[in-house]
Write a protein that binds this ligand. Sequence first.
Ligand code: PTJ
Length: 247
Amino acid sequence: MTDIPEDHPRYQSLLTRHRIEEGVESGITSKQGLIAEGRGEAFDYLLGEETIPSAEAAARAAAARLLLADHPVVSVNGNVAALVPGETVELAEAVGADLEVNLFNRTPERMEAIADHLREHGAEDVKGLEADARIPGLDHERAKVDAEGIHAADAVVVPLEDGDRAEALAEMGKTEVVIDLNPLSRSAQTAAIPIVDNILRAVPNITEHARELEDASREELEAIVAEFDREAALEEAERAIRRGDLD
Ligand code: PTJ
């Protein structure tokens, strides 16, 4: 990999690609993860590669909702682990959430590699390896969860995945925070709080809000969640992408 000069106009995007490539090489990210990244990049390009105001409001609502939760869990797949490992550990710490590895292309080797990678970035306890419970109504590997983790959670952060697990988790009555650059994806459409933003920006953003809201009362947190309008946020993101008027 050649060094990317920081003033390159596509610096961030090239760096992201490099991280995903490294993730594939080290057995963390699936090859399909490369395709997912390309898809995400296209949406991000049309959003101007910035956090639009509705995504900012969503990140704040997500922080408030996770602070209110009894048992929040952040779900981690191969793209999340490659792109934001340390930031994801920090988010879990800031909101008191568990981290659980949950993969579409699940193999024991990838599960271990991702858990190790998260531990190297400061995670103490990584769930997902026991897989002693199932999400009802799902017949693929993503159904495998920990009884003490996602299965028992009341709020789950679901970054960057296809929609059927998001739908099944919603059926189980869990509140979902979804991070996905495609506002029309089933996961974003299912989420109580959809954050249409790049995970690179969204995860640290939720953490920052959570730290700011650390001493807020339950009433204040509930008011932030109640004020957030998911339909309006999804519409604003779709409008921004369709308009695509970049500066
Ligand atoms: O690691 P695994 O085995 O669990 O597999 C993970 C992938 C991502 C391969 C799998 O979940 C998958 O195929 O996902 P999809 O169906 O491609 O959906 C990924 C969604 O995330 C798409 O809507 C993309 O637009 C979006 N996306 C991609 N990159 C980013 C993103 N959203 C936010 N930030 C990104 N960097």
